[in-house]
Every structure is written in structure tokens, then in C-alpha cells.
Design a protein around this ligand. Structure first.
Ligand SMILES: [Zn+2]
Length: 269
């Protein structure tokens, strides 16, 4: 099931409910004797009918254990257990300015300010990180606990709805449950910390972000647009620390296996 997008997994009934239904198939009188042929037929029927149940139960349990840090389930992410560092891309750094606002503020400057603050906050919690350029040569085969690229959206006024953030994760060889949890952590913690709304306009530029193809496939990765440089200008440029805290909280949520709900990625053009 590795190739299946976990975002598309139906949530399914609660596992306990499943277990109760399976238990209901057990004969009530253990001493009850049935002829061998009938027993075999019953067994075959029961086996066929409960196999998908058991299968989906296992998937659900597996998925739940990756999503939830509660109930004493430890998520084993090989990248984390190897104490690898974190990669932070300051969007457009070393390449171009990105969006340029009327007052001269550039997206690249805002991305860099956020990225360096995120790096500082992670260091304070004991997590080493690399600050990477947009087309950094280190990205080729880059191995890390995770890679996050920080960008921002247009300086131009689009409409009253053009406010908020968006996140897309890499869909590579890495376990999709892991990358889905990274996405869930980024969305939940960034929103909680900054109060900015989710903006449902993830584009292919994000889902097919160049670094996703360059890094080692074992590295979970995501890209965040932390806000719009028009309507979110104040928080992005005057309260950058809060923005960076939101990003750092998302990363820490992922690294420290905090409980988070999975969230689907919407792709729109
Ligand atoms: Zn950008």
C-alpha cells in the first residue's frame, strides 16, 4: 500500500467497533459440533468475509499509530532515530528575489528572515539544521530528518480572500504516512500559532517543487507559503517571530511525535 496516497484513505469505523463485529462471528457455544464439510464451508465464508476487515483494521491501526503519539505508540522514523539534521530552504535565496513589493520588500528577504529564526528556534530545542539556498547543491541526494522550504505569496492585492498559508508535501518514496503526518503537523501548528487561515490554493508549483525530486527519497519534505505579502504583510514583516514560531512548532510537532490529525492535500491550478 506504499504507493497509495494516505490522504485518500477513508477513515473507516473505529477499530474497537471492528473488533466487536469480528467477535460476534465466534460461535456462542464452544461445544457445538458441526459436520466437517459444513465447518469448512463456514470457515471459508467467515475467512473470506473477515479478511478485508482484518486487512483494513491493520491499515487503520498502522495509520493511526503513525498519526497519533498517544496510547504509548512510538513512531519510528529512521531519519529521526539516526539523529539527522533538518534542512530549511530559504525560498529564492541565491537565485532571485521572488515577489517584490512596492516598498522594496522582497519575498526572498522575508523568507530568509523567517528561515533563520526557525533555525534559531530549532537550535534552542537541540535540533541542528542546515540553511539551504533555493538551488543549493547540497539538495542533491540530501538526507535529513526532514526538509522544509519556506516561501511567501504575492505582494499584489488579489482579493479579500488572498490571506493565509498553504503547505504541500513531497510525494516520493518516503512512507506516505510519515509525509502525511508532516503535512498535518505543519498545518495544525502553524494555524494554531499564527491564527492565519488555511488558503486552499496549493498549486503544482508546490506539489511538484524542484527540491522534492533532488533530495534523497528517504527524506520527508514539504513546502510552506507562510502568507500573502499583501494582506498578511503586517504579520510577515512586523511579527516575523510569530510566523517563525508557527513553522518551528510544526516541525517540532513532527519530530516529537505530537498527536495530530491527518489532513488532505488539495491540488488546484
Ligand atoms: Zn516563492
Amino acid at each position: 500500500m506504499d504507493t497509495q496516497d494516505p490522504d485518500l484513505f477513508p477513515e473507516g469505523p473505529h477499530p474497537r467497533h471492528r473488533r466487536r463485529s469480528s467477535a460476534a462471528l465466534t460461535p456462542r457455544r464452544p461445544g457445538f459440533i458441526v459436520p466437517a464439510v459444513v465447518a469448512a464451508a463456514i470457515f471459508a465464508t467467515v475467512f473470506v468475509s473477515i479478511t478485508p476487515d482484518i486487512f483494513s483494521l491493520r491499515i487503520a491501526d498502522q495509520f493511526r499509530s503513525l498519526i497519533s503519539a498517544q496510547e504509548g505508540v512510538l513512531v519510528v522514523n529512521p531519519a529521526i532515530s539516526n539523529n539527522l539534521k533538518i534542512g530549511i530552504v530559504a525560498g529564492h535565496m541565491g537565485l532571485d528575489s521572488g515577489a517584490v513589493c512596492d516598498d522594496g520588500t522582497t519575498e526572498a528577504d522575508v523568507n530568509f528572515a523567517i528561515a533563520t529564526l526557525v533555525q534559531k528556534k530549532l537550535a534552542e530545542r537541540g535540533y541542528p539544521s542546515d540553511l539551504l539556498k533555493e538551488k543549493d547543491e547540497k539538495l542533491q541526494g540530501y538526507k535529513a530528518a526532514l526538509l522544509l522550504s519556506i516561501h511567501n505569496d504575492s505582494c499584489v492585492f488579489v482579493n479579500d480572500e488572498a490571506t493565509g498559508f498553504k503547505v504541500a508535501r513531497a510525494i516520493g518514496a518516503v512512507d506516505q504516512n510519515i509525509s502525511s503526518r508532516l503535512l498535518g503537523c505543519m498545518k495544525a501548528r502553524y494555524q494554531e500559532t499564527t491564527g492565519l487561515p488555511w488558503h486552499n490554493s496549493v498549486t503544482r508549483d508546490m506539489t511538484e517543487y524542484h527540491a522534492f525530486e533532488e533530495i534523497d527519497p528517504s527524506t520527508p519534505a514539504a513546502i510552506i507559503e507562510t502568507g500573502f505579502l499583501n494582506l498578511d504583510y503586517e504579520i510577515l514583516t512586523k511579527n516575523t517571530d510569530k510566523v517563525a514560531q508557527g513553522v518551528a512548532n510544526g516541525i517540532l510537532c513532527y519530530l516529537e511525535n505530537e498527536n495530530v490529525e491527518p489532513t488532505p492535500t488539495q491540488v488546484s491550478e
